[in-house]
Design a protein around this ligand. Structure first.
Ligand code: FES
Length: 639
C-alpha cells in the first residue's frame, strides 16, 4: 500500500526485494546495509507485534543485529521496519509511508492533497570502493563504476565531466566509501553519475516550478521521501517588459537584446526563488539535483533562451514541442553543478507545458468520463477528452479575468473585493474584501476596511459581481446596464451614454461600468467559444466534469461561472477548482519519472485545434456574448 500491488514470495524474502520485484519504489541509499534508514515500511496487516519484540509466529522476521544497531543510533519510529533487513515470514500488508504531498496554492488559500508514488529520476547510491592496487591498474573512477554496477546494477555509466577531476579527492576523503547521485531518466539513454559525496550522503532534493506570465510558483521536494519541504511564489519580473504575453513578444521583436533581457529576468527569478525555498526549507542548494519546469510556450521558450517571435504570429511555430532535458548549470540556477532540468512537452503553439502539467495532474486521459480542463490566464488553455480521445486549444480571453481592462480591477491582494452579493429588491450590494472574514454589512467590517483600505475588485470577484448584476436584473441578457433602474436606486448612474453600478463609495469610488461588463462578455465568449469548438470536434453535447485550474479558477465560484456562461452546463458538484494543476503536474514528473513518459505519450496523441482557423469559432463567440448564451441551455442552473 498505497499502490495496491500484490504478489507471492518465498519465505525469507527481504521486504525491499519483494517491493522492487512488484515495481514499488522504496528508497535505499545505503544499498541494504541498514545505515541510511530510507527504506522504512510499516506492517499494516499480518501476524506481527507493533512493539519491538517479534514472536516466532509473526509474519515478518524479528529485528536483526543491523536493524537493532540502526534503531540504537538513529531511532526507528514505533511500528516502522527497515525493509532491507526485515524478511517476509507470512502473509502481510505492507505500507510504504509517503509523506503526504501537499500542493499548497501559493497565491492564496486553497490546497490540494494527493499522494504521488515515487520513482524519481535521481537516485542516491552508497558504495564501498576497493582501494588502489599496484597489481590491478584500474583507475579510481573505473573501480567506482565497477561497484555501482555490482551493488546497484548500473552498467555503462556516464560521468558528468565536471566530476572527473574531483573523483580521486572525494574517494580518499570518504576513505573509499562514497555516495553517487545517478540520473537515469530515459531507459534508452545511459545512466549518468551527476554528483558524488564522500561517505554516506542522505539528502537529495528537487524543485518543481511553474513559470506563469504573472506568477512563478515553486515547490522544493525531498526526492527521498516525497515531502514538500518549502513552497513559494513571486511575481514574474518580466512584467516590467510587458503586462501580457504578446507585449513581451513585441518587446523581443523591437529590441535587439530584448530576448536576452527577458531570458535573464526569468532565469534570475527562478534562481532567486530556488534560493528562497532552500533557505526556508533549510536545504543546501548543492543538494538540489533535479528540476522540473512547466510554463506556457512563451515562458518555456524564453526560459530556454529561445526567441519567441514565431509564437507571436501564425502558424505559431514552436522551436521545440517535445520534452527538453538539459543541465541546470547551463541555465545558471545555483543548484548542484550536475543537476538536471526536465521541461514537460508543449501541446501546441498556444497550449504549453503548463497545460501538459495540468493534464498530467487532472488525468482526462486516465478516465472514461468526458473532462473539461480549463486554465484561465490571458489565454485560456483548454483540454477536453477522456481515455479515448483528447483535443486541446487556446482561446484569446485577454486580461479581463485577471482584473486588467476593468476600471476598478486589480490583482488579488489585501483590500481587494473578493465576494459580492446584490439584493434583487433593493439593488444594495454586500461584499467581502481579502484580509477580512466579515461581510460589509457585519459589525466590525468598517474597522477592517479602515486598516486594509478598499482598493478595487479582484479577478474572481469581477465574475461574481457581473453575475450578481445579471441575477438581480441590473443587466439584461445582452449585458446592457438598465438605465431605467436609476429611478429605483442611486447606485445606477449615468456616465456619458452608458450607465454604471456603484459598488462602494469610500475614499475611492468602486463602480462596475458598461465597459467592464463588455470586457467580461468578450473574455467569457472567447473561452466558451473555444470550449464549444472542442466539444463539436469530439461530437459531444455535454461534459461530465470540469476542472478549473490556475489562480483564477481557484477562486471563482463555479455557480457564477455558469450563470455568466463561461463554462458549459454541467452538474455543479462536478465542477471543481484544482489550484495550480500545472505545478502539481510538474511535481508528479519530479517525483516519478514514469509520469514523464505518460505525459509525453499523451501530448503526442492530443489533437490540437487552432481556434483562429476554425470558421465556427466566430459563430460560437457571437452566441456566447449573451448571458448565459443565446442558443445553449443550462439546465443545471435551473435545477
Ligand atoms: Fe538503507 Fe535499508 S536500504 S537502511
Amino acid at each position: 500500500m498505497p499502490s495496491g500491488k500484490r504478489g507471492r514470495f518465498p519465505v525469507g524474502t527481504p521486504v525491499l526485494d519483494a517491493a522492487r520485484s512488484l515495481g514499488v519504489y522504496v528508497e535505499s541509499v545505503c544499498g541494504g546495509r541498514a545505515t541510511c534508514g530510507r527504506c522504512q515500511v510499516e506492517v499494516q496487516e499480518g501476524h506481527f507485534a507493533k512493539h519491538k519484540i517479534v514472536s516466532s509466529n509473526d509474519h515478518i522476521s524479528a529485528r536483526g543485529a543491523k536493524e537493532e544497531r540502526y534503531d540504537r543510533v538513529r531511532g526507528l519510529p514505533e511500528g516502522r521496519r527497515l525493509s532491507c533487513s526485515a524478511t517476509i515470514q507470512g502473509d502481510l500488508v505492507i505500507d510504504v509511508p509517503q509523506d503526504t504531498v501537499v500542493n499548497a496554492q501559493v497565491v492564496r488559500k486553497s490546497a490540494i492533497d494527493r499522494i504521488i508514488e515515487r520513482n524519481p529520476a535521481v537516485q542516491l547510491c552508497y558504495v564501498e570502493v576497493d582501494e588502489p592496487d599496484m597489481h590491478k591498474p584500474l583507475g579510481d573512477l573505473d573501480r567506482l563504476k565497477v561497484m555501482l554496477d555490482r551493488d546497484w546494477g548500473f552498467d555503462n555509466l556516464l560521468v558528468s565531466q565536471y566530476l572527473i577531476p574531483q573523483v580521486q579527492g572525494i574517494l580518499r576523503k570518504g576513505s573509499w566509501a562514497v555516495t553517487a547521485a545517478i540520473h537515469r531518466d530515459l531507459e534508452a539513454s545511459r545512466p549518468n553519475i551527476i554528483a558524488l559525496w564522500p561517505g554516506l550522503h542522505n539528502e537529495a532534493y528537487g524543485i518543481a516550478c511553474d513559470i506563469g506570465s504573472t506568477t512563478i510558483a515553486m515547490h522544493l521536494v525531498s526526492l527521498l521521501s516525497g515531502r514538500i519541504v518549502a513552497s513559494s511564489g513571486m511575481q514574474n519580473p518580466q512584467i516590467r517588459f510587458g503586462e501580457d504575453l504578446m507585449s513581451r513578444v513585441s518587446y523581443v521583436m523591437m529590441n535587439p537584446d530584448g530576448r536576452a533581457q527577458l531570458t535573464k529576468a526569468v532565469r534570475d527569478a527562478v534562481t532567486e526563488l530556488t534560493r528562497k525555498v532552500c533557505a526556508e526549507g533549510g536545504v543546501d542548494p548543492n543538494n538540489v539535483l533535479d528540476a522540473v519546469i512547466v510554463g506556457n510556450p512563451i515562458m518555456h521558450h524564453l526560459f530556454l533562451g529561445i526567441d519567441p517571435t514565431e509564437l507571436g504570429q501564425a502558424p505559431f511555430a514552436l522551436a521545440v514541442s517535445g520534452s527538453v532535458h538539459t543541465w541546470a548549470s547551463d541555465l545558471g540556477l545555483g543548484i548542484n553543478t550536475g543537476a538536471r532540468i526536465y521541461m514537460l512537452p508543449c501541446i501546441a503553439g498556444h497550449v504549453g507545458a503548463d497545460a501538459a502539467g495540468a493534464t498530467l495532474s487532472e488525468g482526462p486521459h486516465r478516465q472514461d468520463r468526458m473532462m473539461l480542463l480549463v486554465d484561465v490566464g490571458t489565454n485560456a488553455e483548454i483540454v477536453l477528452g477522456n481515455r479515448n480521445r483528447i483535443v486541446a486549444a487556446s482561446s484569446p480571453t485577454g486580461p479581463a479575468f485577471e482584473g486588467a481592462e476593468i476600471s476598478a480591477g486589480q490583482r488579488a491582494a489585501p483590500g481587494a473585493i473578493e465576494r459580492v452579493r446584490i439584493d434583487p429588491a433593493t439593488l444594495e450590494p454586500r461584499f467581502k474584501i481579502i484580509g477580512s472574514d466579515l461581510w460589509s454589512d457585519e459589525p466590525g467590517f468598517d474597522a477592517d476596511a479602515e486598516t486594509l483600505g478598499i482598493t478595487g475588485i479582484c479577478g474572481s470577484a469581477i465574475i461574481e459581481v457581473v453575475a450578481e448584476m445579471f441575477l438581480s436584473g441590473i443587466i439584461s441578457e445582452d449585458g446592457v446596464i438598465d438605465g431605467a433602474l436609476a429611478a429605483r436606486s442611486p447606485r445606477i448612474r449615468q456616465t456619458g451614454r452608458t450607465h454604471s453600478y456603484l459598488l462602494h463609495q469610500g475614499k475611492q469610488e468602486i463602480s462596475v461600468t458598461q465597459n467592464d461588463v463588455r470586457a467580461i462578455q468578450l473574455a467569457k465568449s472567447a473561452l466558451y467559444a473555444g470550449v464549444k469548438l472542442l466539444m463539436e470536434k469530439l461530437g459531444v453535447d455535454h461534459v461530465d466534469t470540469i476542472s478549473l485550474a490556475g489562480a483564477f479558477g481557484s477562486f471563482i465560484d463555479p455557480k457564477y461561472a455558469m450563470v455568466l456562461g463561461l463554462i458549459p452546463d454541467c452538474d455543479l458538484s462536478e465542477v471543481k477548482a484544482v489550484g495550480n494543476a500545472a505545478g502539481t503536474g510538474a511535481l508528479m514528473a519530479l517525483l516519478n519519472r514514469d509520469y514523464r513518459r505518460e505525459i509525453e505519450k499523451t501530448v503526442h496523441r492530443i489533437e490540437k485545434i487552432e481556434t483562429a482557423l476554425e470558421p465556427r469559432f466566430q459563430q460560437h463567440f457571437v452566441n456566447a456574448m449573451a448571458l448565459p448564451n443565446k442558443v445553449d441551455a443550462f439546465p443545471h442552473l435551473a435545477a
